[in-house]
Design a protein around this ligand. Structure first.
Ligand SMILES: [Zn+2]
Length: 52
């Protein structure tokens, strides 16, 4: 469901950017996480931010 209000969209985007995604199970984790909360894999990456 797309967010139409540009202000809300900016907020939503910044929240999404502050997350890490597990490379194994693709669960989102907090930016401060060292391990995945689901599978406990340490292989986390930041979500891509330079998307149009
Ligand atoms: Zn995981």
């Amino acid at each position: 469901m797309p967010v139409t209000n540009p202000e809300y969209r900016a907020i939503a985007r910044s929240h999404i950017m502050n997350r890490k995604v597990c490379r194994k199970c693709y669960a989102t984790n907090p930016a401060t996480a060292k391990k995945c909360r689901k599978c406990r894999s340490p292989e986390l990456r930041m979500k891509r931010s330079n998307k149009k």
